[in-house]
Design a protein around this ligand. Structure first.
Ligand code: NAP
Length: 306
């Protein structure tokens, strides 16, 4: 029996047994292999779909805890936050502590140079506040937010990495105008990760950033993979093309996310979501087959014609 037939039979059996929607999704996800990618500097593998958190609000504390718990159940692990994202770090730290899953998750946050805390001590206070709010003695990834103060902060990051307080170091941007500076930072510093804006509607990084990331062995987190939901809005009520099923896609979000993570340079996409249903949908993009290069071109053509 082919994998697709097995999936169909499994789903029909589950429907016949009156399974709830959530376990139906589990069934489908369970039959499709998890897509994980290696961090070039270590070989460690991480699931290819993470979670962005810049919209996390204290008023949605319970929903956030449920979302993080569900992500763990579905096999996801990377959560991206930042010292500058309001209460996001504290909400994530509380949720991980309550769920008892800190050591199973990959925590990435971002350092703010001085200004946020008014401390003027070049990001050190920001780092310690992140550790405290995330309730962890060690971060998996610490990134310089928007490349702001990268030259002055990088020696500190390298020192903290050496001391075992952080496992990986990186820098971020979400603006095409900073792609040149991002490339310069990759050439100048021994970065484990970069984070950059990339989606089917914004392909500049593929032309101007990814070749250097591949050459230098730097892992890539793709932010704004849904262009702040505008891709979903543009797809609207249109039906997915039939051929999307050939790479195990059943929603527009999965279509856009699989486009992003199928680029050989991309290690993990970090769609932001505040709803469990969105999280479940997005985590399905970390399962099954990926489009090959020919299919990626077809997806681009389809999108450009939409
Ligand atoms: N400079 C930087 O370092 C930088 C800049 C920007 C972003 N980032 C990081 O990248 C992450 C991603 O960016 P983003 O969150 O701004 O944009 P995004 O991931 O492109 O889009 C997030 C939006 O898409 C919606 N969405 C998510 N999954 C969906 C689904 N399956 N169906 C329908 N709608 C869905 C979300 O809605 P709901 O909230 O309602 O679920 C939210 O409105 C951020 O959270 C942050 O961690 C970093």
């Amino acid at each position: 029996m082919s994998r697709r037939e097995a999936l169909r039979v499994g789903l029909l059996a589950c429907m016949g047994a009156g399974c709830a929607r959530a376990s139906w999704a589990d069934e489908a996800a369970g039959l499709l292999a998890l897509i994980s990618k290696a961090i070039p500097s270590s070989g460690e593998k991480i699931p290819a779909i993470g979670l962005g958190s810049d919209s996390f609000q204290t008023s949605e504390r319970d929903a956030i805890r449920a979302e993080i718990g569900r992500m763990h159940e579905l096999g996801g692990s990377l959560i991206d936050t930042a010292a500058a994202y309001g209460d996001s770090e504290a909400l994530i730290g509380d949720a991980l502590a309550a769920l008892g899953i800190r050591d199973r998750m990959f925590l990435a946050t971002k350092l703010t140079a001085g200004g946020l805390l008014g401390s003027g001590n070049g990001g050190e206070a920001s780092f310690h506040r992140s550790l405290e709010r995330l309730k962890t003695p060690r971060l998996d990834l610490l990134q310089v937010h928007n490349l702001n103060g990268v030259d002055s902060l990088m020696p500190m990051l390298q020192q903290w990495k050496k001391a075992g307080k952080i496992r990986y170091i990186g820098v971020t941007t979400s603006r095409t105008s900073q792609h040149g500076d991002l490339v310069e930072a990759m050439r100048k510093y021994p970065l484990d990760f970069i984070q950059v804006d990339y989606s089917i509607a914004n392909r500049d990084a593929a032309a101007n950033v990814f070749p250097v990331a591949l050459e230098r062995g730097v892992a890539v987190l793709a932010n704004l993979p849904l262009a702040r939901a505008s891709l979903i809005g543009r797809a609207g009520q249109r039906a997915l093309p039939d051929w999307a099923a050939d790479f195990d896609v059943s929603s527009w979000s999965q279509f856009f996310l699989k486009y992003v993570i199928s680029h050989p340079a991309v290690t993990c996409a970090i769609p932001g979501s505040t709803k469990v249903a969105h999280l479940e949908d997005n985590q399905r993009a970390a399962r099954g087959r990926l489009p090959d290069m020919a299919m990626r071109s077809k997806m681009e053509g389809f999108w450009d014609g939409m």
